[in-house]
Design a protein around this ligand. Structure first.
Ligand SMILES: [Zn+2]
Ligand SMILES: [Zn+2]
Length: 209
């Protein structure tokens, strides 16, 4: 019926909104060095999820589990470093002053004549959201239900011409169960650190509600 038909679409929209500022998980092929964004079990001109893993379309190399998890982990760590770098940006877009946080400056922008307020360029919420986005890429239920934020939009020069049908997406989610669980485990490790140590729990629950 109509309600059932609408549900997957609405879920897609909510994840798209939640992850609108999340950056893609960019992988490089360990064999031919081609680089591409990974977006779960979705059509791509650069990679293919096959029954035994992630395959580079350029050279047909299949990533080993560690070749995928190490790139995921290094991407997570670079987001965490960015967060810890503590860069501040002026909220006046005509100013755009960017600086490292120095407490004595307070929140006022120090550019001559600017009335802007300095805000964290990379907030704890953004970091947490970024990790949730990475988590969603390896979430088998979200893959099966095609709820992952799309990598491409119609009209993008790289928009994939081929499509994946529902039954192959479901089959591939099952066939790659172990690979996806290992990768989710990597993200979960940082998510739980993030929840415990770095992020104000109140702000997490407020924003997840
Ligand atoms: Zn390759
Ligand atoms: Zn300013």
């Amino acid at each position: 019926n109509n309600i059932d038909a609408l549900q997957p679409l609405e879920t897609t929209i909510s994840d798209m909104e939640r992850f609108k500022d999340a950056t893609t998980l960019d992988l490089h092929c360990p064999n031919c060095s081609s680089e591409f964004p990974f977006g779960g079990i979705v059509p791509s001109n650069h990679y293919l999820m096959c029954y035994n893993g992630l395959q580079c379309k350029n050279c047909e190399k299949i990533f080993s589990t560690i070749q995928l998890t190490s790139q995921l982990e290094s991407s997570i760590r670079s987001h965490i470093s960015l967060y810890y770098a503590g860069w501040l940006i002026c909220d006046d877009i005509t100013c755009g002053n960017v600086t490292r946080q120095i407490s004595v400056f307070g929140k006022r922008c120090l550019n001559d004549g600017c009335t802007g307020v300095m805000r964290y360029r990379y907030t704890d919420k953004q970091l947490y959201n970024q990790l949730l986005y990475f988590d969603s890429l390896f979430d088998r239920e979200k893959n099966k239900n095609q709820e992952i934020k799309p990598l491409y939009h119609e009209g993008d020069p790289d928009f994939p011409t081929e499509k994946l049908n529902d039954s192959s997406i479901r089959a591939l989610s099952e066939q790659n169960r172990e690979l996806f669980e290992v990768n989710r485990g990597v993200v979960q490790k940082y998510l739980s650190d993030c929840g415990r140590r770095y992020v104000d729990m109140g702000s997490i629950f407020e924003f997840m509600a």
